[in-house]
Design a protein around this ligand. Structure first.
Ligand code: 3PG
Length: 206
């Protein structure tokens, strides 16, 4: 299993993106690149998510494309087969963690408690997604985890916005944040790629 630290250092924000229509995948990814974002987490929450993943992997070489919402080992395998270059899960089970560790791609397991952080750390991983960041306790919670466990770097995701991102990014144990605010459904459905590039530009300047 490859080290996931570099995944956290591509851009200050990992856009968490859900695509219904695969024809939106490539222009959306290009708009993010135009706005200076070099990474995308495509959620496996739609029927055609794997098709969108494949299109981005094949046609937008300038973006590091990963798959999010990995809940099962078979989803992880399907995502890798479709071109995912990293995997993100909202939480971990022992079975999922074992499987993710057997793969070649870097993984960001989701954690929300100190015990979960310790379980993942025990397996040799020190890059994790903190989810759901806002409801689980926000920046002060992550700062508190950093006292006993400073060696873990987090990507807080869930309830993070352009305005709340700086407070997370100022923490020594946060390398980037994740969020869906760069690709709102209203802009995707109207194919407003310039609007998405604008949101990406704001985010990449964080
Ligand atoms: C995720 O899967 O990481 C979240 O759905 C993203 O959370 P957000 O919509 O609050 O940014």
């Amino acid at each position: 299993m490859a080290d996931a630290s570099y995944v956290l250092n591509v851009s200050p924000v990992i856009p968490v993106v859900t695509i219904d229509n695969p024809s939106h995948a490539v222009p959306l990814a290009r708009a993010l690149v135009e706005g200076g974002i070099g990474i995308i987490e495509l959620t496996l929450r739609t029927e055609s998510a794997l098709e969108s993943l494949r299109l981005i992997a094949d046609e937008v070489p300038d973006i590091l494309v990963g798959a999010g919402t990995i809940l099962t080992p078979s989803q992880a395998d399907a995502a890798v087969a479709s071109g995912a270059r990293f995997l993100v899960s909202p939480g971990v089970t022992v079975a999922l963690l074992d499987h993710l560790l057997s793969l070649e791609v870097p993984v960001l397991p989701g954690v929300a408690t100190v015990g979960e952080v310790m379980v993942v750390l025990e397996r040799g991983l020190n890059a994790m997604k903190f989810f759901p960041a806002g409801p689980a306790g926000g920046p002060s919670y992550l700062a508190a985890i950093g006292a006993p466990i400073p060696q873990v770097q987090f990507c807080p995701t869930g309830g993070v916005s352009l305005s709340s991102a700086p407070e997370y990014l100022a923490l020594p144990n946060v390398s980037c944040v994740g969020g869906s605010w760069l690709t709102p459904r209203s802009l995707v459905e109207t194919e407003d790629w310039a609007g998405i590039a604008r949101l990406a530009r704001e985010a990449s300047a964080l």
